[in-house]
Each structure stands twice: as structure tokens, then as C-alpha cells.
Design a protein around this ligand. Structure first.
Ligand code: COS
Length: 385
């Protein structure tokens, strides 16, 4: 039984506690046996089921209100506890439309957000390119102005939901300036002529993932999000919000690993006594519980800070993501170890968690990038102060 006492922390309001409790009850029955055989279909089904049940509503803000980061984090934590693919499906509805929620016009929000919040359209965030993952300012896909249109040419890769998305938030170079200042953000419907999926990528925790090629794709200038040249800042602002939620997903995986480990060490006997009686095992359990609580504190500190009106939570979100994803890996590794041979057996939950956690230390800003972000913020604060 997952520890819920953190919900009593002062970071939360009553509606957050009710949300966590209701979603947990829903997930406990709806996500017990998600069929992962066909991940595209599983994702579509999960988006539809979560949309029907109303759980996608917090993923976007059709009225332009700020996103409730605590609700996003609680949702990802809860879904990840039950099923990694359900968490992925929810997360992408948010990340894929985050720029529309935060920077879209009324008309742009009205076109897509009611659909993605009901699970009637699937969204994706198209930022990474073959030559630019961490170094976003080096993006090369071009959007050239042509009358009232832009023409897109180039490639994006590692695009989650690539191949099944209905709409992409795309970052492209509009040529206004070099580096970070030359990027702009666009809304691109998946049915635009000239957009093709050139490769489907297979990874250790399978989910829809693709490389996309844009060849002379014509999109209206009205598809631009925010102003020309604002793309980098839009991407970073969206990542500020969603990096905390990646941390929350890692926390959900870690909580589940801790629970699985507790079940194991209290029921498995060695030399006539439960494994838990061994002090070495108690040491592992203590370290796991400590990592879980420390991660939760960093995550909900970041989320509460943003919800309290902070314009940027770059440092807080980076700390939450770095610590929570790295430590969740440690927690899950210990859970596998405590399961002995069963820990690496297909179909055993901790084996699935072991695969699920790894990519979270890489996507939406690798651990190394988070260290760079934290160090830059700390030195800027020091010099400013
Ligand atoms: N919010 C708003 N603005 C931001 C910002 C943020 N979180 N972070 C940076 N900016 C602004 C800066 O203030 C700067 O503005 P000015 O030019 O007006 O001063 C501009 O954006 C450029 O910032 P910076 O100089 O820090 O850019 P860098 O090219 O050095 O990039 C890193 C810094 C590496 C931190 C950035 O590229 C990054 O986060 N990379 C990881 C990308 C990622 O997560 N990829 C995964 C894709 S999604 S799976």
C-alpha cells in the first residue's frame, strides 16, 4: 500500500488530495491489466479511457489559465505507480499541448485543447533533432516564410507519440537570428502534406516513438505560437513545467518499487525468518524510503512554487528532475536486488520498473543538463546577490 501521508503536507489543497485519492481508486481497477502487446493501440486506448474518465482535463488549460503543476505531478505519480504506459500517455497530452496552453491565442487553444483534454486527439512535442538533443539552440529544421505561409524542411527524432499523434508542437528555425534567438514554435497538424514518419524507434520500455521528416510542408503563418524568435524560450518554459512532472513519474515508479520490495522482504524467508529481519535488508529499505521522501519534497516544492505564481522554476524543476530520476533508478535497482532471480524475470513488476525508469534520466533534459542548469542558476543568484 503506497504511503499517502505526503498528501498532508502543506503544499496541497483539499482538491489536490481529492484528485489523488479519486485517481488512485480509478487506476487501481482500470490499469490492473493494460495489454502492452501493441503499444500504439494501447496508447490510443489509454488516452481514450483517461479522456472519458476526465483525467486528461488538467493536461491543458483552454482558458489560458496557468497549468496546475501539483495536479499534473500527482497525476503522473499515481499513473506511473500503476502503469508506465498510462503515465506516458497522460504526460504527452500535457507536454504536446503545453506551448498551446501557455502561449497560444484563444483561437489556437480552442482548436486543439478541448480535443486533447477529452482524449479525442493525441499530441506530441517535436523538439529534438538528429544533431541536437541537449543543445536545443543548435536546431536546424527550417521554417521559411512564403507569403502567408511557412514552409518546413528538416528532420525531428525521438518524438514520443510520433506516428500516432494528431498534432505536433514543432520548433523550427525561422532565421531571425542565430542560435537560441532564431527558433520559433508552431502547431502542426499530423495530416499536413509533406510530413512522413521515416522510422519507428524501439526502446527498452516500448512506447510510440519516431523520426519525422518534413519536406516542403506548407503551414499557415497563423500556426505560429507566440512571436517569431520566441521558440527557445517557449520550449524552456514548457520544460520548466513538465520537468517537475517527469520527476513525479519517477517518484511513482520508486514508490511502487518500494512497495514491491516491502511485500517481498516480509513474505520471503531465509533461514526460518523473513528477509526483513536481516539488518542489511533493513538498510536498503531505509535508503529507499529516504530517497522517496526526499524526491517528493523536491517535486512538490517545485510544483507549489510554480503554482504560487513564480514566473520561472528552472532551478527547482531541475533539482527535482535530477534527484528524483537518479534516485528512483537506485530505489528500483535495490528492489530488483531484493527480489533475487525473480527481479529480472519478465512479467515481474520490478523488472518492468527497471526498464521503465531508465529513459527518464535522459529525456526532457538529461541528468547532466540538469546539473548545468542548476549550476548556472546558483552562480547567477550568487553574482546577483
Ligand atoms: N525559461 C525561460 N527562458 C529561458 C529558460 C527558461 N527555463 N532557460 C533559458 N532561457 C532563456 C535565457 O534567459 C536566454 O535568454 P536571453 O538570450 O534573452 O538572455 C535564452 O533562453 C538562451 O538561454 P541559454 O543561454 O541558457 O541557452 P543554452 O543554449 O546555453 O541552453 C540548456 C541551455 C542546455 C540548458 C538548454 O538547451 C536545455 O535545457 N537543453 C536540454 C533540452 C531538452 O530538455 N531536450 C529534450 C527535449 S524534450 S524530450
Amino acid at each position: 500500500m503506497a504511503d499517502k501521508t505526503f498528501l498532508n503536507w502543506p503544499f496541497f489543497k483539499e482538491h489536490h488530495r481529492a484528485h489523488a485519492s479519486d485517481l488512485s481508486a480509478w487506476a487501481g481497477s482500470a490499469l490492473v491489466a493494460v495489454d502492452h502487446t501493441d503499444n500504439d493501440q494501447a496508447c490510443r486506448d489509454l488516452v481514450r479511457a483517461m479522456g472519458d474518465a476526465g483525467w486528461l482535463m488538467p493536461s491543458a488549460a483552454p482558458d489560458g489559465a496557468p497549468l496546475d503543476v501539483r495536479t499534473l505531478c500527482l497525476t503522473r505519480e499515481t499513473l506511473a505507480y500503476h502503469d508506465g504506459l498510462a503515465d506516458f500517455a497522460f504526460a504527452m497530452q500535457g507536454l504536446g499541448t503545453g506551448a498551446i496552453s501557455l502561449f497560444g491565442t484563444d483561437a489556437q487553444r480552442a482548436e486543439w485543447l478541448p480535443l486533447t483534454r477529452k482524449g479525442e486527439a493525441i499530441s506530441a512535442f517535436a523538439l529534438t533533432e538528429p544533431q541536437s538533443g541537449s543543445d536545443v539552440a543548435n536546431s536546424t529544421l527550417t521554417a521559411a516564410r512564403d507569403g502567408n505561409d511557412y514552409i518546413l524542411n528538416g528532420e525531428k527524432t525521438w518524438i514520443s507519440n510520433g506516428g500516432i499523434a494528431d498534432v505536433y508542437t514543432l520548433f523550427a528555425r525561422t532565421g531571425d537570428a542565430p542560435g537560441a534567438r532564431g527558433l520559433s514554435a508552431f502547431i502542426v497538424s499530423a495530416d499536413v502534406a509533406g510530413l512522413e514518419v521515416t522510422e519507428r524507434l524501439e526502446v527498452i520500455a516500448p512506447h510510440p516513438l519516431a523520426t519525422l521528416r518534413f519536406t516542403d510542408c506548407r503551414i499557415p503563418a497563423s500556426a505560429m505560437l507566440g512571436q517569431s524568435g520566441q521558440g527557445f524560450k517557449i520550449a524552456m518554459s514548457v520544460l520548466d513545467v513538465f520537468r517537475s512532472t517527469v520527476a513525479a513519474a519517477a517518484l511513482g515508479f520508486a514508490r511502487r518499487a518500494l512497495d514491491e520490495a516491502l511485500s517481498r522482504v516480509t513474505t520471503r524467508h531465509v533461514q526460518g525468518a523473513p528477509l526483513f529481519n536481516l539488518q542489511m535488508v533493513q538498510g536498503h529499505i531505509a535508503d529507499m524510503a529516504l530517497d522517496v521522501d526526499a524526491a517528493a519534497l523536491l517535486i512538490y516544492r517545485a510544483a507549489w512554487t510554480k503554482d504560487s505564481g513564480a514566473p520561472r522554476i528552472t532551478r527547482e524543476a531541475a533539482m527535482a528532475k535530477l534527484f528524483s530520476t537518479d534516485q528512483a533508478q537506485q530505489v528500483i535497482d535495490k528492489a530488483v536486488q531484493l527480489h533475487g532471480g525473480d527481479g529480472v524475470k519478465k512479467g515481474v513488476k520490478v523488472e518492468e520498473l527497471y526498464r521503465d525508469i531508465r529513459a527518464l534520466r535522459i529525456y526532457e533534459g538529461a541528468s547532466d543538463v540538469q546539473r548545468v542548469v542548476i549550476a548556472r542558476q546558483v552562480i547567477a543568484d550568487h553574482q546577483g546577490g
